[in-house]
Write a protein that binds this ligand. Structure first.
Ligand SMILES: OCc1cccc(Br)n1
Length: 446
C-alpha cells in the first residue's frame, strides 16, 4: 500500500485481484477528544517536568507509589456536589462492574494505606505522578486528561506536614526558574469555616457541602452562592457572616472575628512561623477565601497562583484528616497536594522559561559499504556497551543523507566503517562540531 503520509483522505487498499479494488476509509489519526499524544519533542518536555517532580520528591525523602488508572466508581462517589463527581469518567465494564478512570490520586492513596494497614509504619511520605481523567462535554473544549504530581504525608497531625509540602513545591518552582515574583500561595484553613458554622449551630455533616459551594465564589454570581447555601438550611444571618469572614484580609482581623482560642488561628500562625524557618515566607499569604474544591479537606488548604492572574490555579492541596475513616479505615491524619502538568507549562511559556530540549545522540555509526553493515553493528554494540548513545544507520544510505541525519539528531560524532580501516580493526571518527577527523582502533574507541 502506498502510504499517503498520514494525510487525510482515503488510501487505496492493495490490489486484492484485478477485479476487486475497494476504498479503505482511513482511520481518524487524532487522539480521542480531550486527550493528547506525546510525540518525541512533547515527551522530552514532559520528562523534563516529571524528572523535576521526581527529583524534588527524592530530595524530600518521599517514596514513589502508583495505582491503577481504573478504580471502582464507589471510590469517588461523594455527596458534596463536587465538580470532580459530576465529571467522573465512569462506566460499566463487561463484568457489569461500575468503574471509573481516576479523576484524582488521593482516594487511591487512602485505599492503599488502608490495604497496607499495620504492615506500614507511620508516617508515610509518598509521591506519585499519574494520569487523571474527567468526562466533560467537549462544548467547553477542555482536556479530559492531565498528569498530576502528588506528594502526601500520612500520619502527621501537625502543621509541620503542610509546611513541608509547601516547601517541596517552592523547591520545585525554584529549580525551574519560577520566583516568588511570579507565583504565590494563598493559604487558609477550613477550620475557619468550621468554627463559623459551629458558632451558628450548622450541623457538621453540611461542612463538606458548604465548602464546595463557597469554593465556587469566584465562578458563579454571589446571589447563586447565597441561594445554594440557603438550600442547605443555613440561616441568612449565618450566610452573611460566613461570606463576611471570607473577605478578612489578615490573621489579626481573623482573630478579631473568631477569637484567639480556636485551632484555625493557631494552625495558621504556626504555618506562617514555619514558613519563616523553611525560608519561603515571601511565597505565601493568608487568604480566607481559599477553600479548594474537594470536600474532604478539613484544615489548612493552599493553592499556588500566578501573580499576573492570567492562569487557573497551578497546584493545590491541604489537610484531609477524615478521608481514611470515610472508607472504613483508621482515623489517620493526612495531608497532600496535587500539581497538574498543564497550567505550569502555560506559565513557563508566559515567562519564557521553557527549556530547549533537542534530541541528543553522541554517535551516529554508518557502514560505507553494504557488506560492512555487520561490522557497523559490532562498532555500535561496542560503543553502547561503554554507555555511549548510538544511532546506527540500518540501511545503505548516501553520505549526504547520513550527514543530514547526524545534524538532525544533533550527533556529536560520525563513526564511519570503511573497508580498508576495518581490515586493520579501525574506524574513522569525525567530530561534527570541529570537523576534526581521525582513525582509531575499535578497541580504543570510547
Ligand atoms: O483538575 C481537574 C481535572 C481532573 C481530571 C482531569 C483533568 Br484535565 N482535570
Amino acid at each position: 500500500t502506498k502510504s499517503n503520509g498520514g494525510r487525510s483522505g482515503s488510501i487505496v487498499a492493495p490490489l486484492v485481484n484485478e477485479k476487486e479494488e475497494e476504498e479503505v476509509e482511513k482511520i481518524d489519526v487524532n487522539p480521542p477528544k480531550g486527550t493528547r499524544d506525546f510525540a518525541p519533542e512533547d515527551m522530552r518536555l514532559r520528562n523534563w517536568l516529571f524528572n523535576h517532580f521526581k527529583e524534588v520528591s527524592r530530595l524530600f525523602g518521599y517514596e514513589e507509589v502508583d495505582y491503577p488508572v481504573l478504580e471502582t466508581e464507589a471510590l469517588f462517589i461523594r455527596k458534596a456536589g463536587e465538580e470532580i463527581r459530576d465529571q467522573l469518567y465512569c462506566f460499566e465494564d463487561r463484568g457489569k462492574r461500575r468503574v471509573a478512570l481516576r479523576p484524582e490520586l488521593t482516594p487511591s492513596l487512602a485505599r492503599l494505606v488502608i490495604q497496607k494497614g499495620k504492615s506500614v509504619s507511620l508516617p508515610l511520605k509518598w509521591f506519585a505522578i499519574g494520569q487523571c481523567w474527567r468526562y466533560e462535554r467537549m462544548t467547553r473544549g477542555r482536556r479530559r486528561e492531565h498528569y498530576q504530581w502528588n506528594m502526601d504525608i500520612i500520619g502527621v497531625p501537625h502543621v509541620t506536614a503542610e509546611a513541608e509540602l509547601i516547601s517541596s513545591i517552592v523547591t520545585f518552582f525554584k529549580r525551574i526558574g519560577i520566583t516568588s515574583s511570579d507565583v504565590g500561595f494563598k493559604v487558609s484553613s477550613r477550620k475557619v469555616l468550621q468554627e463559623m458554622l459551629r458558632k451558628y449551630g450548622v450541623p457538621e455533616n453540611l461542612f463538606g457541602r458548604v465548602c464546595i459551594i463557597i469554593d465556587k465564589i469566584e465562578k458563579i454570581p454571589i446571589d447563586e452562592i447565597k441561594k445554594e447555601l440557603g438550600s442547605t438550611g443555613i440561616s441568612e444571618d449565618a450566610i452573611e457572616q460566613l461570606l463576611q469572614v471570607l473577605s478578612v484580609k489578615s490573621l489579626d482581623d481573623l482573630e478579631d472575628v473568631l477569637g484567639g482560642a480556636g485551632e484555625a488561628i493557631a494552625d495558621l500562625k504556626q504555618l506562617f512561623s514555619l514558613a519563616e524557618k523553611f525560608g519561603y515566607s515571601e511565597w505565601i499569604q493568608f487568604d480566607a477565601s481559599v477553600v479548594r474544591g474537594l470536600s474532604y479537606y478539613t484544615g489548612i488548604v493552599f493553592e499556588g497562583f500566578d501573580r499576573k492572574g492570567n492562569l487557573r490555579a497551578i497546584c493545590g492541596g491541604g489537610r484531609y484528616d477524615r478521608l481514611l475513616p470515610t472508607y472504613g479505615g483508621d482515623d489517620i491524619p493526612a495531608c497532600g497536594f496535587g500539581f497538574g502538568d498543564a497550567v505550569i507549562v502555560e506559565l513557563l511559556k508566559e515567562k519564557n522559561l521553557l527549556p530547549e530540549l533537542g534530541q541528543e545522540v553522541e554517535n551516529i555509526v554508518c557502514a560505507l559499504e553494504k557488506d560492512l553493515q555487520g561490522a557497523a553493528a559490532t562498532v555500535a554494540t561496542a560503543l553502547r556497551s561503554k554507555g555511549q548513545t548510538v544511532d546506527l544507520v540500518l540501511e545503505s544510505k548516501p553520505l549526504k543523507w547520513v550527514f543530514k541525519r547526524a545534524a538532525r539528531i544533533n550527533a556529536r560524532r560520525l563513526i564511519l566503517v570503511g573497508k580498508t580501516e576495518w581490515e586493520d580493526g579501525s574506524v574513522s571518527v569525525k567530530v561534527l562540531s570541529s570537523g576534526e577527523q581521525f582513525q582509531v582502533k575499535l578497541s580504543d574507541l570510547e
